[in-house]
Design a binder for this molecule. Sequence first.
Ligand code: TRP
Ligand code: SF4
Length: 347
Amino acid sequence: MTPASKSRKRVLSGMRPTGKLHLGNYVGALQNWVRMQDEYECFFCVVDWHALTTDYADTSQVKSNSLEAAFDFLAAGLDPERSVIFLQSHIPAHAELHLLLSMITPLGWLERVPTYKEQRENIRDKDLGTYGFLGYPVLQAADILAYKADVVPVGEDQVAHIELTREIARRFNGFYGTGQPVFPEPQSLLTPSPRLPGTDGRKMSKSYGNAILLADPEPVVRQKLKTMVTDPARVRRSDPGNPDVCPVGDLHKIFSSKETMAKVNEGCRSAGIGCIECKGWAADALVSLLNPMQERRRKYEENPRLAWDILEDGTRRASAAAAETMKDVRAAMEMSLDYEAPKVAQQ
Ligand code: TRP
Ligand code: SF4
């Protein structure tokens, strides 16, 4: 490791493989990850084992979804030269650390996690009364602590998981850290991301069927914009509207230039422009954002082996980093692989 990379703080984040990623995934996570590459030593993980916590009964899509996620990571601008991009299931150390951390994690901590309660109540079509689902945050803690990550960029909904990771790290250090802590307590880095509406005006989400995908070709983007809901007060072309209450207006705020935004504000409020024209400008902004991504994506779609090779290289680099941590963990717990004469208990 070069001195330069040692002095940089280490970042780890993960994303569950759900198939092709959408604009919400980009503004909520990927865009920030791409920026962080300049400043931090970065590890980005496709957490395919986490996908199994809910989709354990049918694993047929997991691998292709993981590969799609990798395509989108690379398309969005994660650079395999600067970041370690890898699949969780390729690194057995995550499982070993998950097991060890599970020994010291009180059940009550897990039962109190807000996402646990919420999902048990909301997801009715799958039986989430499993050991693995309850342990989701322990596996996430293992992902983070296996690299002794300093910083974890996440969305608001994940803050409780990072807090739990800190508590588990503290408890581990308390039990086994002789003098100095084994694990640093990671900080979550909240990236304030604007609410990104989908085509129906609700939060963009794969499960709502309202998403614009990073891989959507231009005609699809334009078609989706055409069907997007607008300010309901603008019924006729002659009715003035308000971009602040219009989902298309939200897209402009996030993706359009100041000049376009000014034209939208003026034209919408004075009924000087029509919604069709306005949506066309929003589509222009999206297309110019997505074009370079799709250009990069094409190379991997045509030859998926290239993406797989990047993941394999990531596996090598992530394994080496996790192995260093696991050496410390085993030593702290007196479970090192080296032979030691058995201690005889004092009388
Ligand atoms: N639970 C995270 C999510 O649903 C995904 C995740 C798994 C993660 N392991 C992680 C995020 C480690 C950050 C760090 O978004
Ligand atoms: Fe929305 Fe644009 Fe129509 Fe105004 S002109 S209501 S911002 S789509």
